[in-house]
Design a protein around this ligand. Structure first.
Ligand code: UD1
Ligand code: MG
Length: 453
């Protein structure tokens, strides 16, 4: 029979060390809140229900934690009395009866399902408590796993530890699996007799042992278990997350010339044989198909770049930008909510917003779709195979027919039929010798001024 599992995720802490106006679990890593990362790993662990313990910013934290297809109930921990007390805020959920209780902390966002599964396997093997630990050269701040003769005796919090205990480098990740049948009994035995006066979940190790229970620890990589208590740790976690995801993308066939300068969002999708040049930043919602090239210093968010398309250098794709196969968006071009057709070129210094650009069109340097009248946004439609001369303003709503030409420097305010030429600029005049006359007059004026005493 499959074992049932309740995940209890703790996210009620005051986030004091974060020094923030919002709960730390709402701070983003790779563009989404810490808590959402934790929930993704939880979701991959085949749990049956989740109990989220919230305090500060309860509503926003619950919203950020929700995932499609996951049964999740939020429980408010009224007062912050420590991690042991926090788990008991979800008493009602635990009482419903599960084989496994899996506790995770909302501030450990790099976890994957592998150690969570290993911890559950430890329960299935007959343990009452399975702690997930990690080895680190920088154990400061973490609870230390105290082991003797291969047995886990206790977890000692930094503030309660002796110097000798502080020298231990095997640490508590905050992830723990508990025998569901014994969980409430064990949890109710936790006291607050320690340096912080808090109910420590970590005391369960000693409590379970005193009750004759079996306790063990499993090991997981440090890179997955770093906790986030302050902004410096938040930056470290971001770095670790980015390294991990870049590595996975490169192994899947993406070329990155200077991977350490590329920043990905949690949901960035990049296909095989795409090339990402240095200093490219992805915001959420970017999909880069195979064989596309994102040149240096580009910013891409909420955008799709199809196979063989090229972007940048120094381009900005904003939400709704959709480049078809072989399209080109060049330097200092911004595209927002606009479809650029197959093989179309927008090569330089252009803004294309709320628009469609037909296949094989050429948009000259300095073209601007004037999409905003100060109150409403309007659409510009540019037909296939058209040519927009440099430095033109297309005042939306407006439509340029297929195969039309717009003369350079035009301000286009009414629709241009297919295959027509539109000129929306003053006619050029030539005044022979006029420049010489102006220059001579100016020189004479200057000479007259200098002659005055
Ligand atoms: C905790 C562990 C420590 C471990 C470390 C791993 C305890 C006593 N200590 O320390 O052994 O090495 O995590 O990162 O458990 N929370 C509540 N309610 C509370 C207190 C905390 O919901 O009353 C939540 C916090 O929002 C956070 C999590 O529990 O998500 C952990 O709390 P935190 O204060 O960060 O514990 P650490 O000091 O990091
Ligand atoms: Mg913490």
């Amino acid at each position: 029979m499959e074992r049932t599992c309740l995940a209890v995720i703790l996210a009620a802490g005051d986030s004091t060390r974060m020094k923030s106006s919002m709960s730390k679990v709402l701070h983003p890593v790779a563009g989404r809140p810490l808590i959402a990362h934790v929930m993704e790993a939880i979701a991959r662990t085949d749990i049956h229900a989740a109990a989220l313990v919230v305090g500060r910013d309860a509503e926003a934290v619950t919203k950020a934690a929700r995932r499609d297809g996951m049964r999740l109930n939020a429980y408010v921990q009224q007062e912050r009395k420590g991690t042991g007390h926090a788990v008991l805020a979800a008493r009602e959920a635990i009482e419903a009866g599960y084989d496994d209780i899996l506790v995770a902390y909302g501030d450990v966002p790099l976890i994957t399902d592998a150690p969570l599964r290993a911890a559950r396997a430890g329960l299935a093997a007959g343990n009452d408590i399975v702690v997930i630990g990690f080895h680190t050269a920088n154990p400061t701040g973490y609870g230390r796993l105290l082991v003797k003769d291969g047995e886990l005796l206790a977890i000692r919090e930094e503030k309660d530890a002796t110097d000798a205990e502080r020298a231990v480098t095997w640490c508590n990740s905050g992830l723990m699996a508990i025998n569901g049948a014994k969980a409430l009994d064990l949890l109710s035995r936790i006291t607050n007799d320690n340096a912080k006066g808090e109910y420590y979940l970590t005391d369960l190790v000693e409590i379970a042992r005193a009750q004759g229970g079996r306790v063990t620890a499993v090991d997981a990589p440090e890179a997955e278990l770093s906790g986030c208590n302050n902004r410096a740790e938040l930056a470290v976690i971001e770095t670790l997350w980015q390294q991990r995801r870049r590595h996975a993308l490169m192994l899947s066939g993406v070329t990155m010339i200077a991977p350490e300068t590329v920043f990905l969002a949690y949901d960035t999708v990049i296909g095989q044989d795409a090339v990402i040049e240095p200093n490219v930043v992805f915001g959420p919602g970017a999909v880069i198909e195979g064989g596309a090239v994102i040149h240096a210093f580009s910013h891409v968010e909420g955008a799709r770049v199809s196979a063989g398309a090229s972007v940048g250098p120094f381009a900005r794709l904003r939400p709704g930008a959709d480049l078809a196969a072989g399209a080109k968006v060049g330097n200092f071009v911004e595209v927002k909510n606009a479809a650029i057709g197959v093989g179309a070129k927008v090569s330089h210094l252009t803004y294309i917003g709320d628009a469609t650009v037909g296949a094989d069109s050429n948009i000259g340097a300095g073209t601007v779709t004037c999409n905003y009248d100060g109150i409403n946004k309007h659409h510009t439609s540019i037909g296939e195979g058209s040519f927009i001369g440099s430095n033109s303003s297309l005042v939306a709503p407006v439509s340029i027919g297929a195969g039309a030409y717009v003369a350079s420097g035009s301000v286009i305010t009414s629709d241009v039929p297919a295959d027509a030429l539109a000129l929306g600029r003053a006619r050029q005049e030539i005044k022979p010798e006029r420049a010489r006359a102006i220059r001579e007059r100016a020189l004479a004026l200057k000479a007259a001024k200098q002659a005055k005493p």
